[in-house]
Design a protein around this ligand. Structure first.
Ligand code: GLU
Length: 492
């Protein structure tokens, strides 16, 4: 059996966005599932719009996602000789022809056809030019494009789309399309096919926005006498108002790098992406890498558009809630050993990392991650909401400050007294710290919650968190004592 060969061929004209990443992921999953190979091809023939920055952004995005490729990156611009040779061959074999119609002529014909409610496609004027006529015009330097000569056939051309089923079109619906511009540069339609033939691509998995190209490309495969790959066209990704997602209307929220920079876990993000347009046929939503490779198939890709459920303006849930929910699931349940290196990177970025966390405090570091993650959404929460566990310098959030501290002026005195009790403890344990906190509340005549919430505010700066006495033990006797003693400074 021949191995499957797939490709991810981004045009480097912007960052890697959600749609592109999903395309890459589906190709990658199918390759892994079938033991095939993935080719990364940068389609950079549009020199005006391609940028180095975009190329490195796309590559970094794929690397972050863990989508690896087996060949490439190839650059389409390195193969322009192949593209020109193919156009030449089509000309020589009479499968393409020079067209000298000017833009103005074409525009006039188009308008006339529109007015007469006729087909607006190219009318074939230059199709019948004799060889001598063509030669003379070329000699005279008349600008010419090269058009593909769509065979004059009755009936339909079509293919069996792995997602959409049989797709057909009548030959007479396809007009002679341009394959080389008048400046000699071949069009994407042609380059893409020539490259797929050279790269021996067996399956083309791409967005439905390319379907208009597919019929023309089928004709090119036939004319170039190459086997046609299997096509699978994936649904578009739209926003909740059914508009196509794009940087212009949605901003950075649709860029993969946004998720990397906002503390998403790469695999969790892949898990979110795969569900944007594919389902396993049952109600599973969480998949390990191995499970997903096993479950994935092209024929379970959805036919209709998928919705990126993005709500503007909500700072905590700044993206599709499902992306957050899946991220939380992994963040809160994955093996701490696997999570720890990712937390380390975040702490390093924020200047919160201590080398002890890799040596003497390694177990403490693991236990702390495990304790505090239960309310976290993204990795960066370790450095923000979790900052007090790794540094003495942290902010006290306004809400707990007002609600749990300033509202009870007695705490100004009670918490430093409790600090003295804590300092004297020889066993700074969950049980002992709790006993003394409750005794303190009783002594001063308030509910234990007043002391505990006040303490949480002063020790962590947060409104809520894990069990307070676990928190105290984790932060450690000396730090707790010091922080509690600073309580009066927080009062005006
Ligand atoms: N370069 C094209 C794009 O980025 C890829 C088209 C294809 O997959 O055939 O949309």
């Amino acid at each position: 059996m021949q191995h499957t060969r797939l490709r991810f061929p981004p045009s480097p004209t912007g960052y890697l966005h959600i749609g592109g990443a999903r395309t890459a992921l589906y190709n990658w999953l199918f390759v892994k599932k079938t033991g095939g190979r993935l080719v990364l091809r940068i389609e950079d023939t549009d020199a005006d719009r391609s940028t180095e920055e975009s190329i490195s952004g796309i590559i970094e995005g794929l690397e972050w996602l863990g989508i690896d490729w087996d060949e490439g990156p190839y650059f389409q611009s390195d193969f322009s000789a192949d593209h020109r040779r193919a156009a030449e061959k089509l000309l020589q074999e009479g499968k393409a022809y020079h067209c000298f119609c000017t833009r103005e002529e074409l525009e006039q014909k188009r308008e006339a056809a529109l007015a007469a409610k006729q087909n607006v496609g190219y009318d074939g004027t230059c199709r019948e030019l004799g060889e001598a006529q063509v030669e003379a015009k070329l000699q005279a330097g008349t600008p010419a494009v090269i058009r593909f000569k769509v065979p004059e056939r009755q009936g339909k051309i079509g293919y069996d789309d792995k997602v959409l089923g049989r797709i057909e079109s009548s030959y007479n619906e396809i007009d002679d399309f341009v394959i080389v511009r008048s400046n000699g540069s071949p069009l994407y339609l042609l380059c893409n096919v020539v490259d797929d033939i050279r790269d021996r691509i067996s399956h083309v998995v791409r967005g439905q926005d390319h379907m208009t190209n597919t019929m023309k490309q089928l004709l090119l495969y036939e004319a170039l006498e190459a086997p046609v790959p299997v096509f699978a066209h994936m649904p578009l990704t739209l926003d909740t108002k059914k508009a196509k997602i794009s940087k212009r209307s949605h901003g950075e929220i649709v860029a993969v790098e946004f998720y990397r920079d906002h503390g998403f876990l790469p695999w969790a993000f892949n898990n979110f992406l795969v569900l944007l347009g594919w389902s396993p046929g049952d109600d599973r939503e969480i998949f390990s890498k191995e499970e997903l490779i096993e479950a994935f198939s092209l024929d379970r890709i959805n036919k209709s558009a998928s919705i990126f459920n993005y709500r503007k303006g909500d700072p905590k849930f700044f993206t599709d809630p499902k992306a957050i929910a899946i991220n939380e699931h992994y963040l809160r349940t994955m093996a701490v050993e696997e999570l720890a290196p990712l937390v380390k990177e975040v702490l390093i970025d924020d200047g919160l990392w201590h080398n002890d966390y890799d040596t003497g405090l390694r177990q403490w570091f693991f236990d702390t991650i495990d304790l505090i993650r239960s309310r976290f959404h993204v990795l960066t929460d370790f450095a923000s909401m979790g900052r007090a566990y790794f540094s003495d310098e942290f902010e006290i959030e306004e809400k707990p400050l007002n609600k749990n501290l300033l509202k009870h002026p007695g705490l100004k005195q009670w918490l430093p007294e409790l600090a003295d009790d804590y300092e004297r403890l020889s066993d700074f344990s969950v049980e002992e710290t709790e006993r003394l906190a409750r005794a303190c509340a009783e002594r001063v005549g308030v509910k234990p919650g007043v002391v505990i919430n006040g303490m949480r505010t002063v020790v962590t700066g947060q409104l809520a968190g894990p069990s307070m006495f676990d928190v105290l033990v984790t932060i450690g006797q000396q730090n707790v004592v010091t922080r509690l003693r600073k309580t009066p400074q927080l009062f005006p």
